[in-house]
Design a protein around this ligand. Structure first.
Ligand code: SF4
Length: 167
């Protein structure tokens, strides 16, 4: 059975993908396309308010870039050209992509190939015509920003007009 996707229904597995998940954002008034690098629920922090289930101390696992690419291309096509909004009964006034957000079950900048992932997502979203019309966002705790690979990823994010939000 397909669920109605609402501002209160945020089940990340609702579309059955590993890395890509939809969220209807009340604050933004539309669809936020989440990308979860931390499929192992691992973070280098343990915030008291954290809502990640079975949170573990650690880093994001090795990324399957082919799968990430396939999932993002498939999902964007479903939203832009398919019947995604109808299937998930998204309210008419929320049928707009507001952002692509690297945000998931842990700290995304802990991904070893962080910059490569930021580049791939930016490239696919640009090819699909989604960027630069919507926001490209990284949600991070900022604790790994001193690492060269994170700084390289932030430069790429900036080149796509992206922005950083702290948890
Ligand atoms: S930084 Fe985010 S994922 Fe990590 S513990 Fe804090 S709230 Fe949870």
């Amino acid at each position: 059975m397909v669920s109605k996707l609402t501002v209160t229904n945020h089940r990340s597995d609702i579309v059955g993908l590993k890395y890509v998940y939809p969220v209807i954002s009340r604050r933004m008034g539309g669809l936020s396309i989440g990308i979860n690098f931390n499929t192992n629920n691992a973070c280098n922090w343990r915030c008291i308010y954290c809502q990640v289930p079975d949170l573990k101390i650690g880093a994001a696992p090795e990324m399957d870039f082919k799968l990430l690419e396939d999932e993002l291309r498939f999902f964007l096509d479903d939203v832009l050209n398919g019947d995604f909004y109808e299937r998930f009964q998204v309210d008419e006034d929320k049928r707009i992509i507001k952002d692509i957000a690297i945000a998931g079950n842990g700290e995304p900048t802990s991904l070893k190939e962080f910059a490569k992932a930021v580049e791939l997502i930016g490239k696919i979203a640009t090819e699909a015509g989604v960027l630069p019309r919507c926001h490209y966002v990284l949600i991070t705790n900022g604790s790994l920003v001193h690492q060269a690979k994170v700084q390289a990823g932030l430069k790429i994010l900036k080149s796509y007009g992206g922005e950083v939000r702290l948890v």
